[in-house]
Design a protein around this ligand. Structure first.
Ligand SMILES: Cc1ncc(COP(=O)(O)O)c(C=O)c1O
Length: 387
């Protein structure tokens, strides 16, 4: 049997490899504490789960959904955009439901990329931007994210001929894996760049509502001109602890949303309607609930930062996202340090180079770990480093 090269050439999805290593340790009887994947341990809000109970039996919800999503769901998205970011979007033409942002991001490449086309992709970055590009037959031009640039791509460093050939630029703020944020002034530069080089901007905004210290992150679509060039991806996964339910949305330029509808309606059949009902409920979740949930992550963030400081790794506190991005000790690489702490104290972190070559020299710790495990894991790290 011969598989397509797109299957054979792509490295296994990052967390598949990490899960394999954890399973191996567990089989050896070792208790592993994982700061690996960003998958909220905290529960979906009660009213959201209750909405599923109430609507699971409704006849229409047992049938195929429309790919674009229920009108009520898309209206709830538009109302949320208005409340949260102060902007108006047309729920009919400028919003589409997604089976999680990952699905939308992967499929979006099929709307823009033909064999040989270029996508501008952040490095380090969420792997689906590059994998989607490769599956569509395109090539990635990596935009290095560097500490000295606040982990923002240096747009002037992109060669003009590459920018002219590029079809798409991927961005993600608050950022996975670095925890960095972007402001409207930076987004203005992006809009100008996109206009100049006639490319589409895909902003992955999955973490806008996982924020600390009273910080508020803008939407890319608040930027003047952004609706002409871009689409923003949101996920209910991280905002409302809903990774398992698989629901998100893309919002932005009507032609781009229509292109996504053409691709998606030919490949998937949308989000189950009872889960869209949960989505409607989630989007109406109170600010108090979000503040309380974010306070839990902030407390964990502070504990992680203190423990890292104790073992000699200084990190500036991230303002948003679920991650702490730390430089490995002198003389170590991302892989060697990750392996060392897995072997010597059974702690899992994600090696920075798993997110691209410019992630080398860093590790990522996720805050989606229960408090008791978090405390024990950090204590283990401190004990280990003091030996
Ligand atoms: C940057 C980024 N985008 C998208 C996703 C996927 O979100 P969803 O659960 O909605 O598919 C993740 C998940 O880790 C992520 O980190």
């Amino acid at each position: 049997m011969k598989f397509a090269s797109r299957v054979e050439k792509i490295p296994p999805y990052l967390f598949v490899e990490i899960s394999r290593k954890i399973a191996q340790k567990k089989a050896e009887g070792i208790e592993v504490i994982s700061f690996g994947i960003g998958d909220p341990d905290l529960p979906t809000p009660d009213p959201v789960v209750e909405r599923l109970r109430q609507t699971a039996g409704d006849g229409p919800n047992h049938r195929y959904p429309e790919t674009e999503g229920l009108p009520e769901f898309r209206s709830a998205v538009a109302a949320w955009y208005n409340r949260r970011f102060g902007i108006s979007v047309d729920p009919v033409k400028e919003v589409i439901s997604l089976i999680g942002a990952k699905e939308g991001i992967g499929h979006a490449a099929l709307c823009f990329i033909e064999p040989g086309d270029i996508a501008l992709v952040p490095d380090p970055g969420y792997p689906v931007y590059s994998v989607g590009t490769w599956f569509a037959g395109g090539e990635c031009h990596w935009m290095p994210l560097r500490e000295e640039n606040g982990w923002l791509p240096d747009l002037e460093a992109i060669p003009a001929d590459v920018a002219d050939r590029a079809k798409v630029m991927w961005l993600n703020y608050p950022n996975n894996p670095t925890g960095a944020v972007a402001d409207i002034a930076y987004f203005e530069q992006v809009v100008e760049f996109a206009r100049k080089h006639d490319l589409a901007v895909m902003h992955d905004a999955c973490y806008t509502d996982v924020v600390f210290d009273g910080y508020s992150h803008p939407s890319f679509l608040e930027t003047p001109g952004a609706m002409e060039v871009g689409v923003e991806f949101h996920s209910l996964s991280k905002t409302y602890n809903m990774t398992g339910w698989r629901i998100g949305m893309a919002v932005g330029n009507a032609d781009m949303i229509n292109a996504m509808l053409i691709v998606k309606s030919n490949l998937d059949s949308g989000v189950p309607q009872a889960i869209q009902e949960m989505g409607i409920e989630a989007l109406e979740t109170t600010d108090e609930w979000l503040d309380g949930r974010n306070a839990i992550y902030q407390n964990r963030r502070d504990k992680v930062l203190r423990a890292l400081e104790t073992i000699g790794l200084h990190v500036d506190p991230p303002k948003a996202s679920l991650y702490v991005w730390a430089r490995v000790p002198e003389g170590q690489t991302s892989a060697s340090f990750t392996e060392k702490i897995l072997d010597e104290c059974a702690i899992v972190v994600t090696p920075g180079n798993g997110y691209g070559q410019y992630g080398e020299g860093y590790i990522r710790l996720s805050l989606t770990i229960g408090d008791a495990d978090l405390d024990r894991g950090l204590e283990r790290l401190i004990q280990w480093s003091s030996k």
